[in-house]
Design a protein around this ligand. Sequence first.
Ligand code: 3NM
Length: 205
Amino acid sequence: MGTTNAVGRDPLVILEEALIGGISHFQLREKGTAALTGKELKTFALACQKLCRRHRVPFIINDDVELACAIDADGVHVGQEDLDCASVQSRIGKDKILGVSVHSVEEAKRAVADGADYVGMGPVYGTRSKDDAKPPAGIVGIVAVKKAFPALSIVGIGGIKPENASAVYQAGAESVAVISSLAGAEDVRGQVNLFKEAYKGAPQL
Ligand code: 3NM
């Protein structure tokens, strides 16, 4: 999530509610024309990090390896179009979390070879939160990557809500990454709980 996803609310309040609700990880993804940059972005990132640390939740930064290194974030997430994953791994060090967006078994294979700790697969369903999102792929990609790499942590992303999350978990995703369904929820804490319920009700194959 980033500041532009907060739909008129204070993004730090949304984050804190989500943390209290029990999210396992937080990724700062500050994108778009209204996105914070430079000093303002760093200040915002530090505020997010402080909240995450208080709740002992890993704080991951999307794309911006420099910022992640500067503030000692817990990890970095990169897309296929972004920096090369192996060089990110060497810059952040092996003790940090490295996530990579993948869309096929082939991309997942490379991510694993480059040292990714998890892969993000999406968009599973239709999304309005990413301008350059690919067409929704459903859960088939997750099933294929899970079959090829049973031990790999797969995070489903794109249009995921409590109502459709069970299918994503059942397909083999260890977890789901969500923007609008949480950032837009009236009761953010309650929404996190609904995701947890969906997880409990969907034992992995
Ligand atoms: N990445 P929402 S889809 C950030 O397909 C992002 O890799 C995607 O937001 C991918 O939960 C996406 O609002 C947006 O659909 C997810």
